[in-house]
Write a protein that binds this ligand. Structure first.
Ligand code: SF4
Ligand code: SF4
Length: 119
């Protein structure tokens, strides 16, 4: 959903203050329990109306760490509201009715394949 931080994250903190909507949390607040930074899919607006491309990915020093992810839609909401989250954790989004802005010029292939945002 939105953009995704993968396990190559080195917890450097370069991305978090770049986010215009405070969608990123650090490893201490990651709801998955993983020791990485995390993007809330219901908060991230893919920097639409803020920047030409996702500012977090531009700032990140780790190549391929922040990628595209699938759109946040009804299926995504069902997924995140259920007990179907990472490692079976129950997880309830802070705003379960959220439908954040998303970029239409990103292909489904790039989203599902978690393609790099920055080459
Ligand atoms: S793409 Fe933009 S809105 Fe989304 S997490 Fe990155 S900086 Fe925040
Ligand atoms: S800038 Fe990249 S490596 Fe640094 S904390 Fe953010 S996602 Fe992790």
């Amino acid at each position: 959903m939105a953009v995704f931080i993968n396990d190559t994250c080195i917890n450097c903190g370069a991305c978090i203050d770049e986010c215009p909507v405070e969608a990123i949390v650090d490893e201490d607040d990651n709801p998955t329990g993983e020791e990485l930074y995390y993007v809330y899919p219901d908060k991230c607006v893919e920097c639409v109306d803020h920047h030409d491309e996702p500012a977090c990915a531009t700032a990140c020093p780790t190549e391929g760490c922040i990628t595209w992810d699938t759109k946040f839609d009804d299926a995504g909401q069902d997924f995140f509201n259920g007990a179907n989250y990472v490692d079976g954790k129950d997880f309830v989004m802070e705003d379960s009715d959220a439908r954040p802005a998303q970029r239409d010029d990103v292909s489904d292939e790039d989203r599902s394949g978690r393609a790099n945002i920055v080459d």
